[in-house]
Design a protein around this ligand. Structure first.
Ligand SMILES: O=C1C[C@@](O)(C(=O)O)C[C@@H](O)[C@@H]1O
Length: 147
């Protein structure tokens, strides 16, 4: 099973700024833990991070061509604003799991609504690094249900 993990804008800075909200966890640490769980679950996991919205849309299209079985996405601030990424995800026929470290529903109003949730199978937020690990397990189960 192939799963694509998409990391959004500024997430290369995780652990290097906003240490309180995201508990100082770096993107490398997230990917390491995800890769370890992927090995356990026998999942072929690919991880991608960009600060360019167009590049994110292109990577989503490429995921469809590669016939990934599920997509995990923490789109960061694009969650609240990007109809481009929303539309790219809407073209996928595989489960999309929306992730956030923080519980975005407790954020300040600007950082609460998600324009991606409508096209996601579900959203996992508020569990820090565990949001990613729970998301990978959910993606595997959802993809198996689709087979
Ligand atoms: O970049 C981020 C991180 C985030 O997606 C999270 O993982 O908690 C929540 C977003 O509101 C914020 O813009």
């Amino acid at each position: 099973m192939k799963v694509l993990m998409l990391h959004g804008i500024n997430h290369d800075l995780f652990g290097k700024c906003e240490p309180i909200r995201h508990a100082g966890i770096t993107l490398e640490q997230i990917d390491d833990r995800l890769r370890a769980l992927a090995r356990e679950l026998d999942v072929d996991l690919t991880s991608f991070q960009t600060n360019n919205e167009g590049a994110m849309c292109i990577r989503i299209e490429q995921g469809a061509r590669e016939q990934v079985d599920a997509v995990l996405i923490n789109a960061g601030a694009w969650t609240h604003s990007s109809y481009d990424i929303r539309d790219a995800l809407a073209h996928l026929s595989v489960p999309v799991i929306e992730l956030h470290m923080a519980n975005i529903h407790r954020n300040e109003p600007l950082h609460q609504p998600s324009v991606l949730s409508e096209v996601a199978r579900g959203q996992i937020c508020g569990f820090g690094l565990d949001s990613y690990l729970l998301g990978l397990r959910a993606a595997v189960n959802a993809a198996q249900d689709c087979r």
